[in-house]
Design a binder for this molecule. Sequence first.
Ligand SMILES: Nc1ncnc2c1ncn2[C@@H]1O[C@H](COP(=O)(O)OP(=O)(O)O)[C@@H](O)[C@H]1O
Ligand SMILES: [Mg+2]
Length: 256
Amino acid sequence: MELVRVHNVSLWRNSVTILKNINLTIHQGQQWAVLGPNGSGKSFLMNIIATLVFPSCGDVVIAGKKLGQVNVWDVRTHIGIVSEYLQYSYPAHTNAVDVVASGFYSSLGVYQELSPHMIQKALHILDTLELVHYAHTPFGKLSYGQQKRVLIGRALVYDPDILILDEPCNGLDIRAREEFLEKLSHLVAMNKHIIYVTHHVDEIMPWINRVMLLKEGQCVYAGQRTVLQDEALLSKVMGYPLGMFHHNGRVYWYVK
Ligand SMILES: Nc1ncnc2c1ncn2[C@@H]1O[C@H](COP(=O)(O)OP(=O)(O)O)[C@@H](O)[C@H]1O
Ligand SMILES: [Mg+2]
């Protein structure tokens, strides 16, 4: 089954081409990483898939629903997104449980009444993310990694099939990063399809089975993760001569 289809999508802003002719189809059972240097268009592409940005041309179909032909709010229940923007804009005084429940309104902070069902669901999600002890802790008092995980909880309120994580490990130290990455595998076990966006190859966990490479708004590759062994292609995409080695199912790079 097709979860996402991006067909010939381009995006322009102020006569600058940000994305050019992007094609991406995500099928059931696929876990994707999107790898590319800063400014390659990763976040714009994710915001298009999350229905937050409308492409200049091309089609986006989410769970069989074509954007532009359906109510975006119906489409958004299929997709959750966690971005850095969300993290730094979120009001610091909001308790973790309310942060999660705010996902029902897609708001930053709580401005509408939360029903008992919403609170109950938010607590359940915090429990599955092993964060229930922090339910009444203000967002601003959580560690950086805990904040990311609470925002994942917020993205999960409608039980979406697809979860977009846009550079989720930026700003985490190595221990927090490894703990965070380890916990993501629970989401895969919960049948979530993750689109993991990064500019660090070593964050691509072994359960990721598909990779898209983006460079200057163009898709250089979209397919099997074995591409991560292609030193020449990854060097070209990142714009720097890189060598690779493998350890425990992950790939690490170094400057040649
Ligand atoms: N309003 C804008 N007009 C023109 N270009 C923009 C605008 N906003 C962002 N960009 C450019 O779009 C490109 C892609 O940005 P982005 O998707 O955030 O890249 P990434 O997430 O891969 O770092 C960047 O080169 C950025 O400079
Ligand atoms: Mg980005």
